[in-house]
Design a protein around this ligand. Structure first.
Ligand code: DGL
Length: 271
């Protein structure tokens, strides 16, 4: 039997940095009663180019920190960390662990008509093949073309989401996907939802864009309800934001990802 103490406990969310705030933003709109403790590993970002073992070590450290804060579930808001560490964390933790890959893959498999699906993400996510596996397990006949778009992350962090340079880079990156004739694109990186208008312009109206952040928040809701862990009281849900480096960056740039101001960021010392 699930006690109300557990039910009202916060959900732990983590990412390599501030990009995972796009998932928090969706959770705040879709699941407003849920408390949230967010950890951004700003000291060690980016995870995208790092080896799977290193990303797993970082992910384990943060997930165990969150488990120590008595969260009732953990959301890996980072695509790269999900690709490398989801299975490991599910095996090691006693609370439900939700990643961003499966929800995005499910939405893509449901949205495509032609079965030709593009996936864009970091080098680590693309190399892992996690999205291909997840999509093909749902739709075996799908053609999945995955592309690493590493320059998109710094462009978004610079706020250049509608800059001429971003348009040029998007055109170059996305050309192979247009050549294949995809009808669905998974934005498989925390930062890419901020590029949605630009990606939509570049790909044209026939390509449906899948936002992993939106899909993940919906999945978190389903998982919590399914385990009778969804919060029922609206009294001051926890909102804590922690950064492993100087809090200043999350305070300054967080709003761009979260869509609202972050008033306080705590410092979390790991290692
Ligand atoms: N959070 C990462 C992801 O979604 C992008 C930034 C990074 O490389 O750490 O894959």
């Amino acid at each position: 039997m699930v006690t109300s103490v557990v039910r009202e406990a916060p959900v732990g969310v983590f990412d390599s940095g501030i990009g995972g705030l796009t998932v928090v933003s969706e959770m705040l709109s879709q699941l407003p009663l849920e408390g949230i403790i967010y950890v951004g590993d700003t000291a060690r970002v980016p995870y995208g180019p790092k080896s799977p073992d290193t990303v797993r070590r970082y992910a384990r450290e943060i997930a165990f920190y969150l488990a120590g804060q008595h969260v009732k579930a953990i959301v890996i808001a980072c695509n790269t960390a999900t690709a490398h560490a989801l299975d490991m964390l599910r095996a090691e933790l006693s609370v439900p662990v939700v990643g961003v890959v499966q929800p995005g893959a499910r939405a893509a498999a449901a949205a495509t008509i032609s079965g030709r699906i593009g996936v864009i993400g970091t080098t680590g996510t693309v190399r892992s093949g996690a999205y291909e596996r997840a999509i093909r397990s749902l739709r075996a006949d799908a053609t999945v073309v995955s592309l690493a778009c590493p320059l998109f992350v710094p462009l978004v962090e610079e706020g250049w989401t509608d800059h001429a340079a971003a348009r040029l880079i998007a055109t170059e990156y996305l050309r192979p996907l247009l050549d294949v004739g995809i009808d669905t694109l998974v934005m498989g990186c925390t930062h890419y939802p901020l590029l949605k208008p630009l990606l939509a312009d570049t790909l044209g109206p026939s390509v449906r864009l899948i936002d992993s952040a939106q899909e993940t928040a919906a999945e978190v809701g389903r998982v919590l309800r399914g385990a009778n862990l969804d919060a029922t009281s609206a009294e001051n849900p926890v909102r804590r934001f922690l950064a492993t480096d100087d809090p200043d960056q999350m305070l300054r740039l967080g709003q761009r990802f979260l869509g609202r101001t972050i008033e306080r960021v705590e410092t979390l010392a790991l290692e």
